[in-house]
Design a protein around this ligand. Structure first.
Ligand SMILES: [Zn+2]
Length: 384
């Protein structure tokens, strides 16, 4: 089989052992030899990150696939190929369209099977999770950059700002800065998020992405510390912090503080019994005795919320299932993922990401807790 080997290291990784181009090449050549594959080309992207496909050698490889020069791609690890799910899906589609096989030494992937294709999608998601979760960022020294006040987290600058190409400092955009202040003023005049969104739409003011305004976008603007000259770090994580940015604020500190207080007060007013997404495991639990679903219950001890899940039949005393705590489930899922060979920092993921992940991997958790036993029996089923 005519095979192309794709290898890549980023500048930061070049220093690390075992990841050098030579090491990757050696291992892959050895594998190709064992499998009796004919190495036609080696594509080397040196000192280039995997965040997009704007790399000379991967472009050459894609062309070779299209021209049937190679019919098999071999990589050391999928993240060598790409770190973005979108790009991974794009590449897999190319492999499929041109009948090109794909093999990863580390993940033992075979894209010719349906399971392989699902697997590849999930691995791509993991790669992106890891990226979002700063495992990579810490390594790449981005923490340092943010702590110096650069704005590097988001690709699109906040409404009210623009960024010059290759520049990580937010620059105020006067036209939008006026709208930002209008939003803050309207909120202080007791308009709700949704009402403000409707006002802006009626005035035909476009959002940054030329979409209509929503209550959510308004809320995001009103709580964005960029507007008082700060940058956010570790968004959606426990390690969240705000740092003085390199850029200028466009809303006065006083106005921002007033809005913040008002949002907080309004939130207190609107606390309902509605289930928060912090109890997201409820969607994946099944009772091992009666097959019923679970419901979450919150206990507040020393201002900290603890979540436990109960079988719905337990409420009406029809089931003897004991409760299971959210933290316990977190640990179980972490163990499960480790067993499956995914070294993902589960603890650092936000509720949204965890929930999204569980949904994608179709996880089902069956619980059986016997009265006399302290530990429940937990069975996890998933596509993984
Ligand atoms: Zn039950």
């Amino acid at each position: 089989m005519n095979t192309g080997i794709y290898i890549r290291v980023s500048t930061e990784e070049q220093a690390q052992k075992g990841f050098s181009l030579e090491a990757q090449k050696e291992k892959l050549t050895w594998l190709a030899h064992i499998k009796d594959w004919n190495i036609i080309n080696v594509y080397e992207d040196k000192g280039i990150s995997g965040k997009d496909l704007n790399r000379p050698e991967i472009i050459r490889m894609i062309n070779d696939i299209k021209n049937k020069v190679i019919e098999n791609v071999l990589v050391f690890k999928i993240d060598r190929l790409t770190r973005s799910t979108k790009d991974l899906i794009y590449l897999v589609e190319i492999f499929n369209k041109y009948n090109c096989a794909f093999n990863s030494l580390t993940e033992s992937i075979d894209t010719t099977s349906a399971t392989g294709r699902m697997f590849i999608k999930i691995i791509g998601i993991f790669a992106e999770f890891e990226r979002e979760n700063l495992i990579e960022r810490v390594k790449l020294g981005i923490d340092r950059k943010v702590s110096e006040g650069y704005s590097i987290c988001s690709s699109t600058p906040s409404y009210g700002y623009y960024k010059n190409k290759g520049d990580n400092i937010l620059r105020p955009l006067k036209k939008e800065a006026i709208i930002v202040n209008l939003i803050f003023d309207l909120y202080l005049k007791n308009y709700s998020f949704l009402q403000i969104a409707k006002i802006l739409d009626r005035k035909k003011i476009p959002t940054k992405k030329n979409k209509t305004w929503t209550a959510k976008t308004i809320q995001l603007i009103l709580t964005n510390p960029n507007y008082i000259g700060k940058v956010r770090h570790n968004i959606n994580s426990k390690k969240y912090e705000e740092i003085n940015g390199k850029h200028k604020g466009i809303v006065s500190n006083e106005k921002f503080a007033k809005v913040k207080e008002k949002i907080y007060k309004n939130k207190l007013l609107h606390i309902t019994k509605k289930t928060n997404n912090d109890a997201f495991y409820v969607n994946y639990l099944k009772c091992g005795f009666c097959n019923n679903n679970f419901y979450p219950k919150r206990t507040i001890i020393n201002k900290k919320t603890f979540i436990s899940y109960y079988c719905k039949n337990k409420k009406i005393k029809k089931c003897s299932q004991k409760s299971i705590s959210h933290n316990r489930l977190d640990k179980e899922i972490k163990l499960f993922l480790q067993k499956k060979g995914f070294y993902i920092n589960w603890d650092d993921l936000s509720y949204e990401l965890k929930n999204q992940f569980l949904k994608l991997t179709n996880i089902k958790i069956v619980i059986k807790t016997f009265e006399k036993k302290a530990l429940p029996i937990i069975k996890i089923d998933s596509l993984l």
